[in-house]
Unconditional design. Structure first.
Length: 255
């Protein structure tokens, strides 16, 4: 009996699944980058913001190349063990490609890369699910906006829709009880994220830090302190690390 057309599944998304060809292409590009650049660094990012990250990539385009998107594929490209690593000691770098991580191939020094990353640290509004780094409370009474003046009365329905007990009193928005937009250590709710934006509280900072690095033998040393158990002086781990608010949302991007 012919299959009914009513049972046909129609995909509503335009996103293509990463197939073997995509993964193979990423591995090939990473291994080509090993031939072109002197150093490789693993970095981690908090509160990724695409615009700032794209600007950083454009600034360093002549000297560096960034890869992100699939940690397991990047580990395979670098080598997951001594038997398949692409360079001496490189598998120890691959071990740190986990979580919200990426790799950057570069001809710059560690200090130059860190300096460039620091220039693109930006504050922004926290997104839903971010862990709040402080408690924000709006006190009972007339509601003031981010610039200190009374908030526009047209925003009263939006405030009420997102959980604030408000009413209009002669054209002035009045809060009937103290209301917490977020609490320190707790995840920010969808309503909280909207309210934090309305009140001008930027609780997220886009920040990138280097975790560890590898340098070719002809380039000299990049840092003191080898990775534990490392027999290669070209593999180093850096002491700087991100804070506990590292809950960035990564897009599947490639350099």
């Amino acid at each position: 009996m012919p299959k009914s057309r009513r049972d046909k599944v129609i995909a509503l998304t335009q996103t293509k699944k990463k197939d073997r060809e995509w993964k193979g292409g990423l591995i090939e590009q990473i291994r080509e980058a090993l031939e072109q650049y002197q150093s490789v660094f693993v970095f981690r990012c908090a509160n990724l913001r695409n615009n700032a990250f794209k600007e950083l990539k454009a600034t360093l385009a002549d000297s560096s190349r960034f890869f992100m998107g699939s940690n397991k594929v990047m580990q395979v490209a670098l080598g997951k063990g001594p038997e398949d690593e692409q360079r001496d000691g490189l598998h120890q770098l691959a071990e740190h490609v986990r979580g919200h991580a990426g790799v950057v191939f570069t001809n710059l020094t560690k200090e130059d890369v860190e300096s460039a990353m620091a220039k693109y640290e930006v504050s922004d509004y926290a997104r839903t699910g971010t862990v709040a780094r402080e408690t924000i409370v709006v006190e009972k009474g007339p509601v003031h906006g981010p610039h200190g003046g009374l908030m526009e009365h047209t925003l009263e329905p939006t405030l009420r829709k997102n959980g604030m007990p408000t009413k209009l009193n002669r054209g002035v928005i009045e809060l009937l009880a103290d209301h917490a937009l977020c609490k320190e250590g707790e995840h920010i709710s969808p309503q909280g994220a909207i309210l934090l934006r309305l009140f001008g509280h930027e609780l997220a900072t886009f920040k990138m830090d280097l975790l560890c690095g590898w340098v070719s033998a002809s380039s000299g040393s990049i840092s003191s302190g080898s990775i534990s158990g490392s027999n290669s002086p070209r593999v180093s781990r850096f002491s700087k690390s991100l804070g506990s608010d590292d809950n960035s949302h990564w897009d599947n991007l490639r350099g």
